[in-house]
Ligand binder design. Sequence first.
Ligand code: ZN
Length: 305
Amino acid sequence: MATGKSKRGPRFARLLLAGNSADPLVVLRSATWNYNSVGLFAGNEALVVDPGLSPAELALLHARLVTAEQPPEPRRINHLILTHAHHDHIRGGCSFEGARTWMPRIAAEKGPEARGRILAAGEALGKRIAAEPAGYSWPQVTDPFDTEAQFVLGDSLEVRMHFLPGHSNCTSVVVIPALATLLSADYLVSPGVPFCRHEARMFEGALVGLRELVERYEIERLVPSHGPMHLGRDKIHEAIASDQSVMAAMRQAVRGALDKGLDKQQVMAAALAAADKDRGQTAGRLAAQDTDNARRILREEQDIA
Ligand SMILES: [Zn+2]
């Protein structure tokens, strides 16, 4: 089948949600990694959350937030939230000078070695997409927080941040209660293939915490930093449950295989087979993440054994 086009077609950034006065949430889908930059406006103020990834995309997000619904004066982007310190999420952090910058303290206070590693990964991405934001560097965080933080946007719209480590040791999520909306950072980016880049046990705890936040705030719309939004409370709980179920199936398989005295390779195979069975399909293009999850669980179960 030689159509001359790649199967996915050309890739451009586009607004998944343009935002209006009734629903002032702006979601910009990047041309890269199905990444979602988020913005919010109220009155004469705007907020950006994990803005990225290219200068053109940052400019598009900025323009939309400043002028959406034709405010009497261009809005000021007064707040920037960085959910965690992974390089794609901090990428636009330098493009909103003058904004109060909120970030979990443990993320904001990463040491020189970690900062160097994260920024280098960001530079590699910049080369790959041939675009780097001007002044790309470690963000200047004015408002680090430990467990929770909140502010009011435009005198009316409450924005809350909750520290929820597990995807990384420094991840948080954002809630906009009046919009029944939760911005989940890298949770639920690929339900059924948990996106754990830290400790499996902590990730499992984060899924429980996420479920609690969804109930507490009666969330109906969950926007992850990559991939499709999850709409409706039932769909959100389904997505959480599928990650929980795969993690539990893998952990059980690892325990069983260790009890039988199987070698590492066999334990890993058992874990991956259990995940496939639980999901009803392989991890496909996310196979590397699947293997990574199995390895993280094995490490924890070996420590117990
Ligand atoms: Zn991440």
